[in-house]
Design a protein around this ligand. Structure first.
Ligand code: ATP
Length: 417
């Protein structure tokens, strides 16, 4: 078994160290590198300061087998990555005519400034990495025994370049110590720490995993071993966390709900209180969703629940807006007023205020009603701040609706998330 190769990540930019922008690379790169079987030994943020960048980059190339440096490839004078890489490599920067021609062709009609010429340069002996989504190509080459890979800063440029061009480079460099065969999965309604614990309990030699936390799900990849080992990993995971929570592939909850609706030619209406339209937002992120999504009501105040959905004011005063009675009346009202086939309603206390001992912050009622189904109302208790409670409520509502549309049971354990 070959030894695991060590990778270092350098993110360049004063915007990052000053907290003007939030890093989006370490999570992405770290999870991919780890799931390929590489060890990420550290990730460092460096401002646009030539001396600091030089010393950090030189140190990282000396201690790691692979260095990925992100950012600082733009045309302006504070973009230093190219120059520093050349200095540390001890090579001059050379101009790549073919890349310059390609850039000019792609930007036909628009003006490329002379400073953009800088972007067609790389240290001698290095190769360029094409950037389909921007002007700055990346580059890769060896400094001593270390593979150096430079990528542009914007995530929508870096990520496709990594997936298309860098993964094959890493495989060629690290050989049998990295694994490209991968099984992708999505974990829903699971906290990151619980997922990690579940993964750690599965002991199958040779497998490694990586996770990427998104606002509505956790995407994971399992690498190494044989195909059968990866399938077994997936099965054990689904057995321990529940088949509703562990899905194959990278799938958004809104897409799962949309697929359930489309496959049954069913239409959905939403009635949202504490989530303020998040379910509608996620559903309408999907192009063509009007085929199955009727639309929704954002009934945040009590009068809105009464006037838009016909919820009885007495029901609200007797039980409170966050109750099984009211959330069911919201779902029934939305169903009747819209004429859709299925409705989902959400009413909860997202915080930070409004909690009581009986109904603390995080208490959320969700109801699903339908013309041909028994209505369901369930109460959940979500941890976290306002934003997290709202996201968890919206995800859970979509998955509760999906399960009911598919005629599946939604297990009690799901209340704890
Ligand atoms: P460009 O050619 O677009 O200037 P670049 O390689 O020079 O690319 P930077 O100038 O360092 O990249 O950063 C450009 C933009 O990319 C930043 O303003 C920021 O929006 C985004 N960006 C850079 N680094 C990160 C990071 N670590 N996480 C998220 N976004 C980043």
């Amino acid at each position: 078994v070959s030894e695991r190769k060590r990778a270092g990540i350098l993110c360049v930019g004063t915007e990052l160290t000053e907290g003007i922008i939030r890093d989006g690379h370490v999570g992405f790169l770290g999870s991919h590198l780890t799931s390929m079987g590489l060890t990420v030994s550290r990730a460092v943020f460096v401002p646009d300061d030539p001396r600091l960048l030089h010393s950090t980059f030189a140190e990282e190339t000396a201690r790691s087998d692979i260095v990925i440096i992100a950012g600082g490839l733009g045309p302006t004078s504070d973009d230093l990555t190219r120059e520093i890489a050349a200095e540390v490599a001890g090579e001059p920067l050379v101009f790549h005519d073919d890349e310059w021609l390609l850039l000019q062709k792609r930007f036909a009609g628009r003006k490329l400034s002379e400073t953009n010429r800088k972007q067609a340069m790389a240290p001698r002996g290095f190769s360029l990495i094409r950037n389909p989504n921007g002007t700055a190509p990346g580059f890769h080459g060896m400094i001593g025994e270390t593979l150096v890979i430079a990528l542009p800063g914007p995530p929508h440029e870096l990520q496709p370049m990594f997936l298309q061009s860098v993964i094959p480079l890493l495989e060629a460099f690290a050989g049998s110590s990295v694994s490209l065969e991968v099984l992708w999965g999505t974990a829903l309604m699971v906290a990151e720490s619980n997922l990690e614990e579940a993964f750690q309990r599965i002991r199958i030699a040779g497998l490694s995993w990586g996770t990427r936390v998104e606002e509505d799900r956790i995407v994971f990849s399992v690498r190494g071993g044989g195909a059968a080992d990866r399938e077994t990993f997936m099965k054990i995971c689904a057995d321990s966390l529940g088949a509703l929570r562990i899905r194959r592939g990278d799938v958004k909850p809104a897409k799962l709900l949309m697929d359930a609706l489309l496959s049954r030619e069913t239409t959905l209406v939403s009635a949202e209180s504490c989530t303020g339209g998040l379910v509608g937002k996620w559903l309408t992120d999907i192009p063509g969703s009007s085929r199955a999504y009727w639309g929704g009501y954002i009934t945040y105040s009590n009068p809105a629940k009464e006037h838009a959905l016909g919820v009885d004011a007495r029901l609200i005063s007797d039980h409170g807006a966050v109750s099984g009675e009211v959330v069911t009346a919201m779902a029934q009202g939305a169903l009747e007023k819209s004429g859709a086939d299925v409705s989902v309603a959400i009413s909860g206390i997202a915080g930070p205020d409004g909690g009581t001992p009986e109904k603390p912050v995080g208490t959320v009622w969700i109801a699903v009603c339908g013309l041909h189904m028994q209505s369901t109302a369930r109460v959940f208790s979500f941890p976290g701040g306002r934003d997290m409670v709202r996201r968890r409520a919206a995800v859970t509502a979509m998955l509760l609706a999906e399960a009911r549309i598919r005629g599946e049971e939604f297990l009690d354990t799901f209340a704890k998330w």
